[in-house]
Design a protein around this ligand. Structure first.
Ligand SMILES: [Zn+2]
Ligand SMILES: [Zn+2]
Length: 342
């Protein structure tokens, strides 16, 4: 078999063949796929706008319009393509499928010269209904360590989160911090149990509209500068949610702060308590270690590069893929080695 050109650039761009990058810019590549809107996947986006055709899902395009508030809506080189469909370029075909990480997020398969298939998982959740079928794969390694096996079902984390909010709201306002996607999932969880107004900035409220349009369901969120928002704050009984870069640098007094992330939480307890007023709950939209192995198996990939550029566990995951699945695997080195390609 011919060696396959997949790699990760010095700046974290995923390289699939000779013409497609994902979540990063490399000069000379005509296409970029934007897998989702999280910040660690937005590197070089301004350069890509100038030089590449950028492919993404409809929801990702809408979120970027709200988030970047720029010319995205009007640019002819930014293409929203339907999930499950294929975009045909010169000598290359790009397919995107949902990957359960957040609204609009996708896994990507690229067919080169009509036959060779290479792909990128993006940040993904597990299990998934549909998985790309590829020969070579770049895989996200966020929870790629054997220490990242969750011993509890996600539903337990959901229940514990709602219980914690209901308990804490009796005494103080509750502040919730989470990545985009996880935050809106939390709103859905709280919707049934809702006991007080939810407040946010107008930007977060505008983003919430996009989530609603793509199937999320939660009630009204009040702007902090609206009358309802001001009333709720003076009564001291409300939930405040924070968007990207909005959270205060220090914890205000007399409130409970709940951060949603599986980072550094225990494998057998979804709730980590820092103090009476500060908690982390392991609500995550990433597959854990076993889920990551299952995903690789489902893709059928025989050569795998583990993404070591976004702070995950690329080395441990590459070792596990070799021993457990018997596939050729190596962590990304962030230099354009092209050891399997041109
Ligand atoms: Zn992400
Ligand atoms: Zn990521």
């Amino acid at each position: 078999m011919m060696p396959l050109p997949i790699d990760i650039s010095a700046h974290g761009a995923i390289i699939l063949g000779n013409s497609v990058t994902c979540d990063g810019f490399v000069y000379g590549f005509p296409y970029r796929v934007q897998t989702h809107v999280h910040e660690d996947h937005m590197e070089g986006f301004a350069s890509s706008k100038g030089y590449q055709d950028i492919l993404m899902s409809e929801a990702t395009r809408e979120l970027l319009i709200v988030e970047l508030n720029a010319d995205i809506e009007y640019r002819s080189n930014i293409h929203a393509i339907p999930l499950g469909s294929r975009y045909r370029g010169e000598d290359v075909e790009v397919e995107i499928l949902p990957n359960g990480h957040m609204v609009g997020s996708v896994q990507v398969a690229v067919t080169i010269s009509g036959s060779t298939r290479v792909g990128y998982s993006g940040d993904f959740n597990w299990p998934l209904e549909e998985v790309i079928h590829v020969e070579s794969l770049v895989i996200d390694s966020t929870y790629g360590s054997p220490n990242s096996i969750r011993q509890y079902p996600q539903e337990e984390a959901f229940d514990r989160f709602v219980e914690l909010v209901l308990e804490k709201i009796r005494s103080f306002p509750v502040l919730i911090k989470a990545h985009p996607g996880t935050l809106q999932q939390a709103l859905e969880l709280l919707d049934d149990a809702l006991v007080c107004p939810i407040l946010a900035s107008r930007k977060v409220i505008a983003e919430a509209e996009t989530y609603r349009r793509f199937g999320y369901s939660f009630g009204t969120i009040f702007a902090i500068d609206s009358k309802e928002g001001q009333d709720a704050m003076s009564e001291g009984r409300y939930i405040r949610i924070y968007g990207r870069r909005e959270a205060p640098p220090y914890e205000p007094q007399d409130c409970t702060v709940i951060t949603l992330s599986a980072y550094m939480t225990s494998p057998n307890d979804p709730v980590l308590q820092f103090s009476e007023q500060s908690y982390r709950v392991a609500i995550s939209n990433h597959a854990d270690f076993e889920g990551t192995l299952e995903y690789v198996k489902a893709t059928g990939a025989k050569q795998v590069i583990t993404d070591n550029s976004r702070g995950g566990h690329g080395i441990e995951l590459a070792m596990a893929l070799k021993t457990r699945l018997n596939v050729e695997a190596r962590p990304s080195s962030q230099v354009l080695s092209r050891c399997w390609g041109v």
